[in-house]
Design a protein around this ligand. Sequence first.
Ligand code: HEC
Ligand code: HEC
Length: 216
Amino acid sequence: MILNLLKKAGLAIVSLLVVAIILFWSDIKGLYYFLEESEQHASTLANLNEEQKLALECVICHGDKGDGTSSFYPKLAGLSANYIEKQLHEFRSNERVNLPMRSIANIFNDEEIRTLAEYFAKQTPSKTVHQGVSVDDIAKGELLVQKGACASCHGPDLKGQEGFPRIGGQSALYLQNQLKAFKSGTRIDKTGSMAGMVAQFNEQELAEIAAYLTSL
Ligand code: HEC
Ligand code: HEC
């Protein structure tokens, strides 16, 4: 009698288990994959070196290796280390005003900022392909860039040179915002060059300049 009851209870438990496994199979599988992925993620993280770990804080906006495809966020790949370092210090001290970048730059000490700057400087930027830039604007922008003699500071092909950032191939909307900021005085170039440069152009012309620069 007792044996029979036990048998029945055992059978009931086994059936319940089978039903539970069938019902929750996708969750059980999900948990397995989740655990496996976490393990892989942890081992990928462990394989990253110090500079790559620091740079993880930047990829969400500036793209993998600072070579983003957004027209709003600047590409960091290929900017000089000294320039990147200077900008991060200026974001931190709020001399260059940008709230997200101020909070981010505040997380790092001077040494980490230098490490980040060197990391992004040695990445190679890919060709920028931004939609929404018209061929007509690019052609007009080219003439304006010649008129402004931008290459005299920003280097041949506007790829940058010591003391002057690369502006050729930079993100379109970002460039336009910076040119407007120099014009309105919300971004100050301490060498005094950029304010004078942009003063000669109206907003439409600044957009054309940005269109040409991004196409390089
Ligand atoms: C939440 C988004 C976000 C994250 C994360 C972020 N940035 Fe930025 N970053 C921006 C924006 C927006 C700008 C443009 C600021 C402006 O308009 O002046 C910018 C600008 C910059 C510039 C100036 C580029 C130039 O051409 O002058 C540097 C350098 C920079 N970021 C470095 C970093 C680094 C290094 C990290 C990671 C430690 C990082 N950023 C993380 C949003 C972000
Ligand atoms: C006399 C030298 C000089 C000339 C000429 C010059 N610039 Fe600049 N430009 C600078 C300097 C210096 C900076 C960096 C300012 C800083 O450190 O924040 C700069 C920064 C910039 C930036 C911001 C880049 C970034 O990544 O945020 C843009 C855009 C720019 N210049 C566009 C132009 C254009 C367009 C022209 C021509 C119409 C031009 N510049 C001519 C000196 C010059």
